[in-house]
Design a protein around this ligand. Structure first.
Ligand code: AVI
Length: 319
């Protein structure tokens, strides 16, 4: 009946905006603009981070391994018998595996947002440790921490290595430590923490000669383009890493090399030459500052161990 009025095509319907797109759009429109560091870790970003940990300039991973090698037995004595080792952000499970011989857990619970990656790591572990019970959990523990009720809280030792706690601002770090404590009352926490040190050591660790950290930071823009449908051109931006001594943190930024306009569905932002997008903080602690943070989150019985140069510390605390 209305054949003549039938449109020859259907106009595209606006797509609903996801929570991620909403968060990204808001961050880009803020002044200064910011993007959450969780968006650094798409598949390529995760591979680049693994490569960063092998750089001569990036000391944290090696320092932490040195601490477990030199002080593993002492750490195990301090903690006492471990029933269940819960690994936050387990990845390839290699860091926790180094603790198996000293801590001798009966049950290992690796948690990681990337469930596929975790499954592959767990398949390998099952072959090497046939007597170890393993329960792998694919979960974004930054959002929520839910564990099987069958694991009694006092049997839980949380393992949070790599100084990932330093990527949270102080209030979020305290909230995360409190969330963990509520999950392991009567049990404990083992956490890796990067220490305050000279700018001459800190800044090259986040701005290396091979420019791997620059690639890691710039790759964020490609990931954002995928998620938001934005038109960032990586070539318009340069990586900046600096130590902010007042805030005791390394800051990573992306700086516009010339005036840039970025568009995405439902948004647009003009950046002047030299304007920055803040992409990551990595807080550095004195032993006293981290002890205070643990106390303020309700922990007690706090001990710590350091590498020979005093660049990194591993803290144990009772919940
Ligand atoms: C994962 N996290 C502890 C790293 C850090 O050192 O803050 C992330 C990183 N950013 C740049 N290089 C490494």
């Amino acid at each position: 009946l209305l054949a003549g009025a039938t449109p020859s095509f259907l106009a595209p319907q606006p797509q609903p905006v996801s929570a991620e797109q909403h968060e990204l759009g808001h961050g880009l429109l803020d002044r200064p603009a910011h993007i959450d560091p969780k968006f650094l870790y798409d598949a390529l970003g995760s591979s680049l981070f693994t490569a960063i940990t092998q750089l001569p300039e990036y000391y944290p991973t090696r320092c932490e391994a040195e601490i477990f090698e030199r002080h593993g037995e002492d750490i195990a004595r301090q903690i006492g018998p471990v029933q269940t080792l819960i690994d936050l952000g387990a990845g390839d499970c290699v860091k926790a595996e180094r603790l198996f011989s000293s801590l001798r857990p009966r049950h290992y619970v690796p948690i990681d947002i990337s469930a596929d990656y975790l499954q592959a790591a767990v398949r390998r572990l099952r072959l090497s440790y046939p007597d170890l019970r393993i329960t792998a959990i694919g979960q974004d523990f930054a959002q929520a921490l839910a564990l099987p009720a069958t694991i009694a809280p006092e049997q839980r030792l949380f393992f949070y290595p790599g100084s990932s706690i330093g990527n949270l601002d102080p209030d979020s770090a305290r909230a995360m430590l409190q969330r963990i404590r509520r999950q392991c009352e009567g049990g404990g926490l083992l956490v890796g923490v990067d220490r305050v040190k000279s700018r001459q050591v800190l800044e090259p660790a986040y701005d290396d000669a091979l420019h791997l950290t620059a690639a890691f930071n710039l790759n964020l823009l490609r990931h954002v383009n995928d998620l938001l449908g934005s038109d960032f051109d990586v070539g318009d931006w340069r990586h900046v890493a600096l130590f902010n001594s007042e805030q005791s943190r390394i800051e990573m930024h992306l700086q516009a090399q010339h005036p840039v306009t970025v568009n995405w569905p439902g948004g647009e932002r003009h950046f002047a030459a030299g304007e920055r997008i803040h992409t990551e903080n990595s807080y550095k602690f004195t032993p006293q500052a981290f002890t205070d943070l643990l106390h303020s989150a309700g922990y007690h019985g706090i001990e710590h161990w350091s590498d020979a140069r005093g660049w990194f510390s591993v803290f144990s605390a009772r919940a």
